[in-house]
Design a protein around this ligand. Structure first.
Ligand SMILES: [Zn+2]
Length: 198
């Protein structure tokens, strides 16, 4: 199984979301178009469905070819932003903007205002596949030592948040959140299946 299917499998195993191979694009506008050689480079995805056009997800080879990274991008793809951008993140982490690489857009670390996000009531999750790690996009000091960009709040500052590639799984809270958001859609699908319409 290739890495994209392994990552999809992780989502299907733990949530009610299902991916479908597009059999024909006749009349279908909102599918996901995977690319691996976008001139912009990088690992990125549009967030959520666009009913008017296809979504693009770029997994540049070889740097994005990692199950955790692909899983992270797939979760963006199905509509989720970064965990460390939650409006309540300041209760759990400190973001050290001064250590963020200058070529990285700082808005990847900025907080969303509460009205921009859906509050599912699910607690903040440092283990989320959507949470950046301690040294994400950080600079190094003059001795080559990586500097942190995200620290847990005292007294847990020394506790590392692992890189996504080291934990290529949906956390239990990730799965709960996806199931919560998709509950209505999944119920609709189950009804259609029960009626033999799918
Ligand atoms: Zn991301």
């Amino acid at each position: 199984m290739d890495l994209i299917h392994e990552a999809m499998d992780e989502i299907e195993k733990k949530t009610c979301v299902r991916f479908q191979r597009l059999k024909s694009d006749h009349g279908v506008k909102n599918f996901v178009h995977f690319t691996a050689t976008n001139p912009l480079g990088g690992c990125w995805s549009s967030v959520g469905m666009d009913t008017r056009r296809s979504q693009v997800m770029n997994l540049q080879k070889p740097e994005c070819w990692d199950k955790g990274v692909i899983l992270h991008e797939l979760v963006h793809n199905i509509g989720f932003y970064h965990e460390h951008q939650r409006p309540d993140r300041d209760n759990y982490i400190d973001v050290l903007y001064r250590n963020v690489r200058p070529d990285i857009e700082a808005h990847q670390f900025s907080k969303f205002p509460p009205h921009k996000v859906v509050d599912t009531g699910i607690p903040y999750d440092l283990d989320s596949i959507m949470h950046y790690d301690t040294h994400a996009f950080g600079i190094v000091d003059e001795t080559g030592h990586p500097l942190p960009t995200i620290l847990q709040k005292p007294p847990n500052q020394a506790q590392m948040i692992l890189p996504i590639w080291a934990r290529p799984y949906l956390s239990p809270l990730d799965a709960a959140e996806i199931n919560h958001i998709y509950a209505g859609e999944c119920r609709k699908r189950a009804d259609l299946e029960a009626k033999g319409l799918l």
